[in-house]
Design a protein around this ligand. Structure first.
Ligand SMILES: Nc1ncnc2c1ncn2[C@@H]1O[C@H](COP(=O)(O)OP(=O)(O)OP(=O)(O)O)[C@@H](O)[C@H]1O
Length: 275
């Protein structure tokens, strides 16, 4: 977790307000609580338990995951009714509370993730919904999945098997994002230590490149994105990462008839060149 000093949690639980009302949920009684987290950047986040959002099961058991320039991130457990338990999806969700100054970036994150979902891009989060923060309507809350519980960001700390799984996902995602013309200069992999399952988190700075000839700035952005992604791959996996990238690229181009931009192809070929 990268936690800039300014965003450190100054007090784990500053206020706990027991509102006293008891909510009937399935067969469990959950006392409704509100907890205010104060952060070192002067912002606070009011965390409700349960959190009620239209179209989603009640969200319970908030747990602080981390904070950065975009906001404060918590996991919540979905509280299913008996009927919904028959077809449960991922059990936990990620809830990101933007700061006031980062609301636009967090809106952008959900928008880009929605576009990625339309392109069937794997290895990234899914943004389920976006809402105004009732504390301050200029701030935004986004709900995403999945939560990676035992996440690390360094592939070199994984077992060989898990690192290979993570590398293949990373290169598959790189190919899918490049064809979809989506890049980010802030690449943050989160990898399950036990399984090697990888997702790229934090799409606050991600950009959907416009159609047509790329500007010099966008070419530089693509180069930075590719460089950053490739820098996460352990040196011994250079060959397999390149093979995975091109295999996925050929699959997408054959199936969707969407093609990599020529400039992007040149960049990736130079970075993937193996002596
Ligand atoms: N899906 C997830 N599963 C587990 N932990 C997560 C997940 N998403 C985010 N986190 C944790 O929350 C932290 C902050 O998340 P993220 O990097 O998305 O926030 P941000 O404020 O937009 O960051 P940045 O300062 O890099 O822009 C991460 O470093 C990570 O520790």
């Amino acid at each position: 977790m990268i936690l800039p000093a300014g965003y450190a949690l100054s007090a784990p639980i500053a206020t706990i307000l027991l509102t006293g009302n008891v909510i009937l949920q399935s067969t469990t009684f959950i006392p409704s609580t509100e907890t205010t987290f104060e952060f070192g950047n002067g912002s606070s986040v009011r965390v409700e338990n349960p959190m009620r959002i239209r179209g989603l099961p009640d969200l319970v058991e908030p747990h602080f995951l981390g904070a950065g320039g975009g906001g404060a991130v918590f996991s919540y457990q979905r509280q299913y009714t008996q009927k919904e338990m028959e077809h449960p999806s991922e059990d936990k969700v990620v809830v990101k509370f933007s700061w006031l100054q980062s609301a636009e970036s967090v809106r952008n994150e959900c928008k880009v993730l929605n576009v990625m979902e339309q392109h069937h891009i794997s290895g990234v989060e899914r943004c389920l919904t976006q809402l105004e923060n009732p504390e301050d309507h200029r701030r935004v809350i986004i709900i995403m999945e999945p939560v990676v519980d035992d996440g690390i960001s360094n592939l070199n700390e994984l077992s060989t098997k898990a690192a290979l799984t993570a590398t293949k996902t990373l290169m598959t995602t790189l190919a899918q994002m490049l064809v979809a013309r989506i890049v980010t200069a802030d690449v943050q992999p989160l990898i399950s230590k036990s399984t090697g399952k990888l997702i790229l988190i934090d799409m606050t700075e991600a950009k959907i490149l416009p159609e047509g000839k790329l500007s010099d700035i966008d070419v530089a952005l693509v180069r930075e994105f590719c460089n950053e992604v490739i820098s996460f791959v352990p040196g011994s996996f250079a060959r397999i990462s390149s093979a995975t990238f091109y295999e996925e690229l050929h699959r997408i181009e054959a199936e969707s008839h969407e093609f990599l931009d020529d400039n992007v192809r040149t960049i990736i070929e130079s970075l993937m060149a193996i002596e």
